[in-house]
Design a binder for this molecule. Structure first.
Ligand SMILES: NC(=O)c1ccc[n+]([C@@H]2O[C@H](COP(=O)([O-])OP(=O)(O)OC[C@H]3O[C@@H](n4cnc5c(N)ncnc54)[C@H](OP(=O)(O)O)[C@@H]3O)[C@@H](O)[C@H]2O)c1
Length: 296
């Protein structure tokens, strides 16, 4: 979701962009976005070196987030490998090609404190076990003198937001009583920030989020309202844990409030969608337009 947008943005700004592809479908997605697909895998050193050959900037936007409803720490093993081994492999390539920049994606909840206080780039690493590999990746990037963008919780027209809308329509979404405020980020804004970092960032760490932290319950209700779906029913935390497991519920019930002040200051960046409400307006307008043109 991030990579496809980024290819389009950077190609539109005149860059020659290569995208790693691991299947015919992946090649087609890279091509459609305006890039040149290269058959390569983060864990296949030779293919990665071929893909990076001649590049000035390398961007790590790979991930493998488990799609199950009920997740445990073990389900994140593939993602941990992408963040640790994948980052090391990319840095080896960066050295080999003398890359001017490497931009690593990370997650703001890597620094979310257990007490729920607001935090920023200067805060200590948080206790979230899922974020440990992200912190390891960040350390490797910092040691090599490159840049990391930690993003807020993604949403976008083609992201999990579409599946969420379907579930809302079927009355299958519950809003947890006691859900905490989280920092969100529209995927178009994430891509814009990565494009800026790819062109201009020096060594450093930045948080990239919108301006209006909100609870998942607020977000679900706002989306339901815009698509004419029934409002999600309200459930207690213990009942949500029974249905979705402790890990997901705790993720939604621990405050994750941070700010993009540093990124705004350093790069004169402003989110196009400062609030999830504006972002959802855009998304639903796009879905309506797609439907009118018979697009899926
Ligand atoms: N979701 C959030 O709320 C959030 C927030 C902040 C940051 N992030 C981070 O931002 C990044 C981008 O997320 P996203 O939502 O854009 O993910 P996404 O849509 O799931 O895309 C992940 C991409 O990684 C590729 N990939 C996976 N393993 C690979 C490997 N071994 N070699 C090469 N490519 C590989 C996948 O390729 P295939 O198409 O071949 O499978 C896919 O194109 C992730 O690292 C994520 O952790 C996410």
């Amino acid at each position: 979701m991030l990579g496809r947008r980024l290819i389009g943005l950077l190609a539109g700004r005149g860059h020659d962009v290569r995208g790693l592809a691991r299947s015919a479908g992946g090649e087609e997605r890279v091509r459609r976005a305006g890039g040149t697909p290269v058959a390569a895998d983060l864990f296949d050193g030779e293919s990665l070196a071929r893909a990076a050959d001649g590049c000035e900037v390398l961007i790590h936007a790979a991930t493998s987030i488990p799609q199950k409803k009920r997740v445990s720490l073990a389900d994140f093993a593939a993602n941990d490998r992408i963040r640790r081994e994948g980052t090391r492999a990319l840095l080896d390539c960066a050295r080999a090609v003398g890359a001017r920049r490497v931009v690593f994606q990370s997650i703001v909840w890597a620094a979310r404190p257990a007490d729920g206080a607001p935090f920023d780039e200067t805060s200590a690493p948080g206790p979230d076990p899922v974020a440990r590999s992200a912190l390891d990746g960040e350390r490797m990037i910092a040691d090599a003198g490159y840049s990391t963008l930690r993003c807020g919780w993604f949403y976008g027209a083609d992201a999990g937001t579409r599946a969420l809308a379907e579930s809302l329509r079927r009355g299958r979404v519950a809003a947890i009583r006691g859900a905490a405020r989280l920092s969100f980020l529209h995927l178009d804004d994430a891509a814009a920030a990565f494009a800026i970092a790819a062109e201009r960032a020096g060594p450093g760490l930045w948080h990239v989020v919108d301006d209006e932290p909100a609870t998942s319950a607020d977000f679900f209700r706002a989306l339901a309202d815009r698509i004419g779906a029934p409002a999600p029913r309200s459930v207690r935390k213990w009942s949500a844990r029974l249905a979705a497991g402790r890990m997901s519920v705790d993720f939604l019930c621990t405050p994750m409030v941070t700010t993009a002040a540093k990124f705004k200051r350093d790069f004169r960046w402003m989110p196009r969608y400062p609030s999830y409400r504006q972002g959802l307006d855009q998304i639903v307008a796009q879905w309506t337009q797609d439907a009118a043109h018979g697009r899926p």
